[in-house]
Design a protein around this ligand. Structure first.
Ligand code: 13P
Ligand code: SF4
Length: 332
């Protein structure tokens, strides 16, 4: 590895070699992708320009399914660290790149594996379901992984008397409990983006746009979800806006999803639900660390790479595969 880049990576977590401003960066990314047999997987929360260059755009479940079946030798994951880790667990022989290694997740950070292990010890007769938004180390302590697209079905697939620990998202956990009528022991974690929506400001907006549908991600808090016309994962929210005949939607999730909503329904209006702070946006600061420039450098130098110890890959694999198997059974 070039020592200049090594230093850069240590301090910044990404390569910031300056790019010739006359370079057609999109064409160069396409060329490098062919040359290196790489695939670009992007989450709906990425910047529009990254979504537009991706081979596949999707929610956490769709991205895991793509990572498991791709023939590419290199996976460039335009998303956050736990997503790239999941891709590595599912495709350990492939090189997995993340444009910015510091693209983390507040929800994942809210559940350190050593504390979760102690929590688990207190409930020895419980099965452990973890939301995919957590480290591979945490997945290695789990029985089944889930995403917001399949959490309800995964809980329903277990016997009714099965005791369950669910982590790390308490809001998704509470939503699943309500939908399934099952009791679960919840880890007390949450996402910094989905926790800040303002009920008062949303009510004001709904009064202003009485025909608008209000839709929300299940990582939002219960009082917000209670007001929603539809609750679903990012893919579900997008599908709802395509299929529903309303012309205006107030959207309570990260604002990156609005790009695909607008592209799929150009005549409809999408309003980001207002947060409880002075900022008018719902951007995830982790997701937004990735840029087109970092993606280009990452593909060019095949750095930074996300790798994991072999024992973690081994232990985290089964719970993720169980999730994929149950999802397939339910046609998800
Ligand atoms: P989904 O794409 O599965 O809905 O997850 C949202 C999220 O928070 C990803 O970080
Ligand atoms: Fe994590 Fe929330 Fe950002 Fe998703 S939106 S990556 S859950 S901090």
């Amino acid at each position: 590895m070039n020592t200049v880049f090594e230093k850069d990576l240590e301090s910044k977590g990404y390569i910031d070699e300056s790019i010739d401003p006359t370079l057609d960066i999109v064409a160069e990314i396409q060329r490098l992708k062919q040359e290196k047999n790489a695939v670009i997987l992007a989450h709906y929360y990425q910047d529009a320009e990254i979504q537009d260059i991706a081979d596949y755009i999707g929610d956490s479940l769709g991205l895991s399914q793509q990572a498991a079946k791709t023939d590419a030798e290199v996976i460039v994951f335009a998303g956050v660290h736990f997503m790239a880790e999941t891709a590595k667990v599912l495709s350990p022989s492939k090189k997995v790149l993340l444009p910015d290694l510091k693209a983390g997740c507040s929800l994942s950070d809210s559940c350190p594996a050593h504390l979760f292990a102690k929590f688990k010890e207190k409930h020895p007769d419980h099965i452990v379901i973890t939301y995919v938004n957590c480290t591979a180390e945490l997945k290695a302590l789990s029985d089944i992984v889930c995403t917001s697209s399949n959490a309800v079905q995964i809980v329903q697939s277990l016997p009714k008397d099965q005791k369950i620990i669910f982590g790390p998202d308490r809001n998704l956990g509470a939503y699943v409990m309500k939908k399934t009528g099952r009791d679960m022991v919840l880890w007390n974690g949450a996402c910094m983006v989905h926790e800040i929506f303002s009920l008062d400001k949303i009510s004001d907006l709904r009064a202003q746009f009485p025909d608008a549908k209000f839709i929300a991600h299940p990582e939002c808090e219960e009082p917000i979800l209670q007001q929603a016309d539809y609750v679903g994962a990012t893919s579900g929210l997008l599908k709802y806006t395509i299929e529903n005949e309303a012309s205006t939607f107030i959207v309570a999730t990260e604002s990156g999803i609005l790009h695909q909503m607008q592209k799929s329904s150009p005549t409809k209006t999408f309003i980001p639900a207002p947060p409880n702070n002075v900022c008018a946006c719902n951007d995830c600061p982790h997701m937004k660390l990735n840029t087109l420039e970092k993606l280009y450098n990452c593909l060019k130098y095949e750095l930074p790479e996300v790798d994991l110890p072999a024992d973690i890959i081994e232990k985290a694999r089964r719970p993720i595969e169980r999730m994929l198997e149950i999802s397939e059974k339910y046609g998800l």
